[in-house]
Design a protein around this ligand. Structure first.
Ligand code: E4P
Length: 214
């Protein structure tokens, strides 16, 4: 399973990229708003940091408007993937963009039925939101199981991005259940690095090293 970072913060993207652990970035309007910068400027900076798919989301709700925004965004860089919300107009836009060889990531997926429709419209990626399903007492991971099973049975090439990831357990379970990608906030990447036995092990090695004759 590949890892993307789910942020619009260039410092976080740079740090994760320097560790070599991510090969793509996802953003959304809320993440962009947190940065207090012009949308296109943030995306232009991100494409210089990671050589892989960079999801940038459209704001329009009608298919024509989505396609118009998408065509402007893909002018920024060849790695731009257009993030489209899961609606009837969104599906229409995905079909048009796919016919124009523009990659899409259908976002706000909360059911396998939505994922199947997005895939059939020609989506490159679908993004089921695990954490937001868990938040309402549902089981986000069950959705990964269902989508992965359907896509495997029917040889559907659309890749599954596990999104709305809140913990490292989400990442590992998504990997075991066949998601192609998890898009992970920097905070969760930082948690994944750490283990108390690693910290204790380093401390002990350094302590013991003090007794080595120099
Ligand atoms: C996915 O692409 C979204 O940006 C993201 O994962 C949403 O996560 P949240 O539910 O933590 O806002």
């Amino acid at each position: 399973m590949k890892l993307f970072i789910d942020t619009a913060n260039v410092d976080e993207i740079r740090k994760a990229s320097e560790m070599g652990v991510i090969c793509g970035v996802t953003t959304n309007p809320s993440l962009i708003a947190k940065e207090g910068k012009v949308f296109e400027e943030v995306i232009k900076e991100i494409v210089t940091l990671v050589d892989g798919p960079i999801s940038a989301e459209v704001i329009g709700l009608g298919a024509d408007q989505m396609v118009k925004e998408a065509k402007e965004l893909v002018k920024i860089h060849k790695n731009i993937v257009i993030k489209i919300p899961m609606t009837a107009e969104g599906l229409k836009a995905v079909k048009i963009l796919s016919a124009n060889n523009i990659k899409t990531n259908v976002t706000l997926i909360f059911s396998a039925a939505q994922a199947l429709l997005a895939a059939r419209a020609g989506a490159t990626y679908v993004s089921p939101f695990l954490g937001r399903l868990d938040d309402i007492g549902d089981e986000g991971m069950r959705l990964i199981d269902e989508i992965a099973e359907i896509f495997a049975i029917h040889d559907i090439p659309t890749e599954i991005i596990s999104a709305s990831v809140r913990t490292q357990i989400h990442v590992i379970q998504a990997a075991r259940r066949g998601a192609h990608i998890a898009t992970v906030p920097y905070k969760v990447i930082a948690e994944m690095i750490k283990h108390p036995l690693t910290t204790a092990g380093i401390e002990k090695f350094l302590k013991d090293w003090e007794s080595v004759p120099k």
